[in-house]
Design a protein. Sequence first.
Length: 354
Amino acid sequence: MRILCVSTPVGPLGSGLGGGVELTLRNLATALQQRGHAIQVIAPAGSVLPDVPLVEVPGVCQPFAQNQQREAAITMPAGNVLGRMWWEARRHPWDIAINLAYDWLPLYLTPFFDRPVVHLVSMGSLLAAIDTILAELLATHPHCIAMHTRAQAATFGEAIAQQVTVVGNGLDLNAYTFCEQPEPVLAWVGRIAPEKGLTDALTVARQTGYPLRIMGAIADRSYWQQVCQQFPEALGYYQGFLPTTEMQAQLRTCLALLVTPHWVEAFGNVVMEALACGVPVIAYASGGPAELVRHGETGWLVTPGDVAGLAMAVEQVRRIDRRRCRQQAEQEFSLTAFGQRLEQWLHQNLSTSQ
Ligand code: HBI
């Protein structure tokens, strides 16, 4: 198939501002290319995406959905890159288009195209306007929505959740090297923003005495300044936003990855990446991570918000066999497995559209 992928409008690919969607888009493109499909990506100007045909579109980036009020009206700034990317989409020959933005416009435009447009939704329910357009779209295009986990789909309510195709996620296992003997260091990886709960991980580091290796893009600078005031040691822990190769080189030698979301994490790409390196995951038992981590086998699940529980889990982490973590990644998150799930979803939409 000729597959067009239209990226998130919150920032260029490679900037880290798109968070998990950046990794998801790259892995989705690779997985489908490996199955012989032709991929074309449209993304904001300044995007970098190796080995995939890319069209960069200039324009004003979209405000983060998670910073909006739930009942907020849809806003699109003048000269918005979102609208321009979909104008660009009309100029390309494609059999099916995959939207990776968590935004109202591509969902609304779906019936206006004479070829199928499908949507891989990257976050849980955040905005009434998105929930509403999803339900309306599903009424006429029942297979066009995919999500990463059942827990994420559940946040939209039963009516939407039962019509959603759950495709998980996937990564290039060759890019992650297993580590048998860790250093006495904890890891935290993610966009540095309030909803990711970095301060809980820093508290655990203090309570257990282990340093915390922090990696990720600073998506909210004022929040980062607050964190550094409350935890001066955070500045020394921060490794920056690293490309996958460097990120996994830092992650793989850690004792455990702490996943401390203050929102419903749709999937948690970092969970997949840690397991691929053999790093056990200690996570709040909510959202995607609760569905991915095998409690007591590849990590520990802790009551959301229970920081003391996280610290106790760190003391138990040596009971986890790191090889089982790598094995889970090989079984569930390979590009082959992800590609099969994606292709099945795409074919479902191709056939219904003919
Ligand atoms: N907000 N408006 C908007 N659009 C997106 O595509 C978007 C977002 N916030 C976060 C985000 N995408 C990604 O970082 C997560 O989906 C992973």
